[in-house]
Unconditional design. Sequence first.
Length: 336
Amino acid sequence: MIEGAAFDADAAILCIRFRDNGTYFYFDVPEHLFDGLCNAVSAGTFFNERIRDRFRCERDPERRRSVRKHRSLPSSARAAWESRQSGLSFPQIPASAGRLRGANACAIRSFDMPDPKTDNPSACFAEFVADRNFPCLGAKSALANGGIRVIAARDLTSAWNDLEIHRALIDWADAYRHDPDGFRSLVVIFEGPDDLDEEQFEDALWDRLQSLAEKDAWKGMDYDPRVCADPGNPHFSLSFAGEAYFVVGLHPRASRPARRFARPALVFNLHDQFERLRTDGRYERMRERILARDIELAGSVNPMLARHGEVSEAAQYSGRAVGPGWTPPFRDPRSA
């Protein structure tokens, strides 16, 4: 099983660390294969199909039992070995890792991706957003200014934490009304399941949103009059405690790199903060920068992106590419 990887672009040397067999250097590897390894749904499958037995390789000299010493390896390979010896660890290859490159000809860039199941969920999400390849500038701004709150939950396919999540949405909306400055996001990170494909994740996401909408209606909360409760309407948005929300789904098997996180997660963003950007004349410029960064990361334009008011934003929530006739399995009790 692959635990981590690093790449020296100038020397075209790929370093891969295996859980049971140590670290190997692969020589004359095109950089696009490293990108593919990091962005693959299954790093092991990608390695077996595209890298294994296709390139000359040598085992990490620290692990080999031959008399040959590491100084006989190329300088970049020695640098990779020495960087690991000095305390740098190779990154895990989570779906969210994105592109990881060598900083220069004699340095290997690497990092460890925290696991939300065993580590602090807030720290895990902070690592995800802070990665230089992560495209969303609004999320980076929220992180830098303390505008992200993370809630740990059990299971995306279960209603176990729905009441707690709904209370947090109410509090989040109330706090925003009292202090609407800056970007902010409420992030719910679930322990699992982490093996859902895109359609399964989408179904579970809408199950949770349906449950939350029903609780909001049961408590007598008004729907935000600035948006529509009909998911087929171009002005649709979710509403909790009278404030409109846009949801971004993240999970390990997402096809878009920017949507790949080590655990299922739902990111709730208040709609009003985007409207304030439009009023200030900053929305289009930020949108263009985010689009450019996403294309650089994924290599293509996200086909589901659209402006609010042109088509329903519901199609964007899960991150799965859907056709024009798609409708979500959702009905808010307050819709006409």
